[in-house]
Design a protein around this ligand. Structure first.
Ligand code: ADP
Length: 456
């Protein structure tokens, strides 16, 4: 069985009620002890006062007769139930008493010694809370062996005897704990209401309807911040889903062109086998297959960038990396280099090589006659630039070219085997290495600038 309440509201209410009950019980126990103590002392004092008065009168021989007048008690209780009843006993016989105790046997057999002449005790008759209890004070009037003994008895207040005090305190504890529980239930309910509205709205928002937003309560408290963060997350999610859809549609479109070419080739060859130049058909089919392969390879690479964790990272000298790539690629253009050695970065070598390759491919494709590669330090970063003297990229397109499948010069790029993913891949790699890749102003041609944090 699950005893812990599910909702925060019930849980907080239960905790508040239990804590309040514990605290109030402790306070009630203290009050109970204090009240009992005070009432008992009052009764003892009153009884002792009467006993001493009569004892003094007996010692001085001032008792007028067998009837001792009452001197205390309640005016509303002339019968004397709540008054102190006194008896003077000599040699086992009651020789004087207050009106209520006259003609009765001695109230107690208690006989104080001459060393301890005053004794007090509480005597109870009957059992349980309904029984009668009496405060008894016994005084031996003198130390003489035949001394008279004064018995003063007063009933204990019923509040103490019946347990009524504890019942009243228990009811108060329950009532106050209940009140605290009710207040907590209301306050927590009111506090959590906006959270419930946010939850309900989020439950309704599905991947197909990401345009809806959760209600934002005013103010700056935690719930308002939660709502704002949830809406910002929904904004990002909506943009990501839109990008993903666009990407899927662009990727399908890109893949369709070579597939259509391949299909046309094969259909032609199967319908007119005699008129088909087999060598040309195969060469064309292979070109389309190559194109399909490069698109799929690039898509896979894009999906994998940044997912390898830091395990594959190594320390790489950027100038060395650039020099070895330039050596590896024979070029008919003039390649100028200005490489500062010793600038190391942490990264995945294969990916940084790919980034550099994409920039060099583009530079060679678009340059008129010269490409320049520079590696230098820029504050806390290593900076690598690839500059060509080609047509350049207009400022308005300098962000767009980093989007997937963007081609400014479609024919030239496709014919050169470009997938339209080169710069997107390059920027993703730079960002996965905590760096950046941008196009900078340059008097002639295009300049791509890569910044990567220097390794510590
Ligand atoms: P592609 O496979 O088409 O080269 P990229 O992502 O590498 O794809 O480049 C996207 C587009 O950016 C290219 O189609 C081209 O229009 C433009 N571009 C890239 N590099 C240069 C450059 N060095 N000079 C001029 N235009 C460039």
């Amino acid at each position: 069985m699950r005893l812990r309440p599910r909702s925060i509201r019930s849980r907080d209410t239960l905790i508040a009620a239990v804590l309040a009950a514990l605290a109030f019980t402790a306070v009630a126990a203290g009050i109970d002890l204090a009240v009992r103590d005070a009432m008992r002392n009052d009764v003892l004092e009153e009884t002792q006062r009467s006993a001493r008065r009569v004892s003094a009168a007996v010692r001085e021989g001032a008792l007028a007769g067998p009837v001792i007048p009452n001197d205390s008690g309640d005016a509303d209780d002339p019968g004397g139930r709540d008054r102190v009843q006194v008896q003077v006993v000599r040699r086992g016989r009651v020789v004087a008493a207050t009106p209520g105790a006259l003609g009765r046997p001695p109230v107690s057999r208690l006989w104080p010694s001459s060393d301890e002449r005053i004794v007090d005790a509480i005597r109870c008759t009957g059992r349980g809370p309904g029984g009668d209890c009496t405060m008894l004070v016994v005084i031996r009037t003198t130390t003489a062996p035949d001394s008279a003994v004064v018995y003063a008895a007063r009933p204990m207040p019923s509040l103490l005897v019946t347990g009524l005090l504890e019942v009243l305190l228990g009811v108060a504890v329950l009532a106050l704990s209940g009140l605290i529980a009710r207040v907590t239930w209301r306050v927590v309910g009111r506090t959590l209401r906006p959270v419930e509205q946010i939850r309900a709205q989020l439950a309704e928002i599905s991947a197909t309807d990401l345009s809806r937003r959760v209600p934002e309560p005013g103010g700056e408290d935690e719930i308002a911040q939660l709502a704002r963060t949830a809406n910002e997350t929904l904004d990002r999610l909506e943009r990501a889903v839109a990008r993903q859809r666009q990407f899927a549609s662009d990727a399908s479109h890109e893949l369709r062109t070579p597939i259509a070419g391949l299909r046309a080739n094969l259909e032609d060859a199967s319908m007119h086998p005699d008129d088909t130049d087999l060598e040309m058909a195969i060469a064309s089919a292979l070109r389309d297959t190559d194109r399909l392969e490069s698109i799929v390879t690039d898509l896979l690479l894009l999906a994998r960038i940044g997912t390898g964790g830091s395990a594959a990272h190594e320390t790489i000298d950027l100038a060395e990396l650039a020099a070895s790539e330039i050596r590896r690629r024979p070029s008919c253009l003039r390649v100028r280099t200005r490489l500062t050695e010793g600038l190391t970065v942490r990264g995945v070598r294969m990916q940084l090589v790919r980034l550099l390759d994409n920039l060099l491919d583009n530079a060679e494709r678009y340059a008129d006659g010269e490409v320049e590669i520079e590696v230098c330090r820029a504050g806390p970063n290593a900076r690598l630039t690839v500059t060509d003297d080609g047509p350049g990229i207009p400022p308005a397109d300098r962000e767009r070219v980093f989007e997937r499948f963007t081609r400014l010069d479609s024919a030239r790029s496709r014919s050169a085997g470009g997938t339209g993913l080169g710069l997107a891949i390059a920027r993703e790699i730079a960002q996965a290495h905590s760096g950046s890749l941008v196009i900078e102003d340059h008097p002639k041609g295009a300049r791509f600038a890569l910044h990567l944090p220097l390794s510590p």
